[in-house]
Design a protein around this ligand. Structure first.
Ligand code: ADP
Ligand code: MG
Length: 230
């Protein structure tokens, strides 16, 4: 489903984002990307989103080479991948309902589909009663649940998350984790970059550890290792 082959990203200023990364993530997997700050986690997520051009290497999604996808093909990619960030990134002037429905509008969904899917995902994340609220009227956990609803409303086969629990207190972080686990158990491939060692240890999922841009460890049903902090 996701295949990255010998990927290297060197930023314009010479910083090494990722170095010679080769990875395969199968359909339906849940994979954590762990490692200290600056190890290359966000760079890897941005490579999958095609927000960054690779310096070397290739990226495939469902056997399709997306390495050189341009602006024209980006909407296609957005239907394949939902994304959630640490800082929620909701549109401040839109309600919860509008934030989620907007994500469907940009993929040319019909208004009938929108009226059906938006309430469905809002109830899945437990926000049905907040659909008319604006982001600044929500707690951090509610904002992230809204961002999650937006990420999955088009039913993408892949969900990418970059530190999705980074701004949340521990209980709220676990609410989000449980939702991600549920989304994964319904068949969505989930890739989550995180620092949250307690969550990684408890979930017993695949753990891909990065250091200085390299993948240094990749284990099934792993935990966070002390080496990952070094
Ligand atoms: P992480 O998400 O694990 O904290 P990043 O992928 O953000 O790591 O960063 C990996 C490396 O790439 C770091 O050395 C960082 O300074 C560098 N880097 C990230 N983004 C940029 C950028 N836009 N320009 C230059 N260097 C960058
Ligand atoms: Mg990061």
């Amino acid at each position: 489903m996701i295949k990255i082959v010998n990927a290297t990203k060197i930023y314009e200023n010479g910083s090494r984002g990722v170095q010679d990364v080769t990875l395969t993530i199968d359909k339906g997997e849940f994979a954590f990307i762990v490692g200290s700050s600056g190890s290359g986690k966000s760079t890897l997520i941005k490579i999958l989103l095609r927000e960054l051009d690779l310096t070397e290497g290739e990226v495939f999604i469902n056997n399709e080479d997306i390495t050189f996808f341009g602006k024209k093909e980006i909407p296609f990619l957005r239907r394949k991948m939902g994304v959630v960030f640490q800082d929620f990134r909701l549109l401040p002037n839109k309600t919860v309902y509008e934030n989620v429905s907007f994500a469907m509008q940009i993929t040319d969904a019909s208004s009938r589909e929108i009226r059906r899917n938006v309430p469905m995902v809002l109830s899945m994340v437990g926000l049905q009663k907040k659909s008319k609220a604006y982001p600044n009227q929500l707690s951090g956990g509610e904002q992230q649940r809204c961002a999650l609803a937006r990420a999955i409303v088009n039913n993408p086969p892949i969900l990418l998350c970059d530190e999705p629990t980074g701004n949340l207190d521990p209980d709220t972080a676990w609410d989000i984790m449980n939702l991600l686990d549920e989304i994964n158990s319904r068949g969505t491939t989930v890739v989550m970059a995180t620092h949250a060692w307690d969550i990684v240890d408890a979930m017993k999922k695949r753990v891909i550890a990065m250091k200085n841009g390299f993948v240094v460890r990749d284990v099934e049903r792993g935990g966070y290792s002390n080496d990952d902090y070094a």
